[in-house]
Design a protein around this ligand. Structure first.
Ligand SMILES: Cc1cc2nc3c(=O)[nH]c(=O)nc-3n(C[C@H](O)[C@H](O)[C@H](O)COP(=O)(O)OP(=O)(O)OC[C@H]3O[C@@H](n4cnc5c(N)ncnc54)[C@H](O)[C@@H]3O)c2cc1C
Length: 217
């Protein structure tokens, strides 16, 4: 997040134990058996070595990770699907991973669904296929919705159905101070504009979005 300047201050790994004890998710640090796999984002050109990788399971895990980052002056970035082509979802300090916030709740009658930030398109597409619904998604099934939508999100069907972000109804967001807000066309409309392709991401933490769908012919 831009609120936390790049920090290469080495933090004692024991602090991970303290953070871990306060969250539902888990924390991976250098030396853990799964560290190498956990730190790697899709584009191999980015080889950062985060001191902490926090796998969040609930919103509050993100808030606690933010507090931890602030306390230790760590630069924190958020990661959903890890497909940033600019390497924005990794650094040498702290990665807050929300791939655990992965769910799709479909309301077929309303042609809407609520999706968690870390949900990958392979899951979204499978859930929607069941109901004959569709939203423009990425060409790669392991791209996640939060990063995709915030970059606009161009899919193979966008010429007909628009960008992915055009289909978002509202979004639940966490601000830098840990507070939650909802952004829609009527509420916090500046933020709503910003998260739909306007920012290059990492501006606020995006958690869940209801999206409206079109019936796929
Ligand atoms: C193989 C491949 C195929 C692609 N295909 C397409 C395509 O067909 N159409 C298209 O439009 N784009 C495509 N992209 C680009 C892709 O949509 C973007 O890179 C997108 O940002 C990836 O989202 P992510 O969540 O997977 O990645 P991440 O790396 O996790 O996130 C990308 C950015 O969003 C930020 N971010 C992630 N989660 C959150 C969150 N919850 N709240 C706030 N900020 C967050 C990250 O910090 C980072 O800055 C493709 C990329 C790759 C590598």
């Amino acid at each position: 997040m831009s609120a936390f300047e790049d920090s290469t201050t080495a933090i004692d790994g024991l602090y991970a134990v303290a953070l871990k004890s306060t969250i539902v998710g888990t924390v991976v640090v250098p030396g853990d058996p799964n560290y190498s796999a956990s730190r790697q984002i899709f584009s191999r050109q980015f080889q950062d070595l985060p001191q902490f990788i926090v796998y969040c399971e609930v919103f509050d895990d993100v808030r606690k990770s933010l507090q931890f980052a602030r306390r230790h002056n760590l630069w924190a970035v958020i990661r959903s699907g890890g497909h940033s082509t600019a390497g924005y979802s990794t650094n040498n300090a702290m990665v807050i991973d929300v791939s655990g916030l992965s769910y799709v709740v479909v309301d077929a009658a309303q042609r809407q669904a609520v999706v968690g930030a870390g949900t990958r398109f392979e899951k979204i597409d499978a859930a929607l296929d069941t109901f004959g619904l569709h939203v423009p998604g990425g060409s790669c099934g392991s791209v996640a919705v939060a990063g995709f939508m915030q970059g606009g999100g161009y899919g193979l069907t966008s010429r007909e159905f628009g960008m992915n972000c055009d289909n978002v109804i509202d979004a639940t967001l966490m601000l830098h101070d840990g507070s939650l807000v909802v952004a829609s066309a009527d509420e916090n409309s500046d933020l709503f504009w910003a998260i739909r392709g306007g920012t290059g991401n990492n501006f606020v933490f995006c958690f869940r979005s209801p999206i409206s769908f079109t019936s796929f012919p």
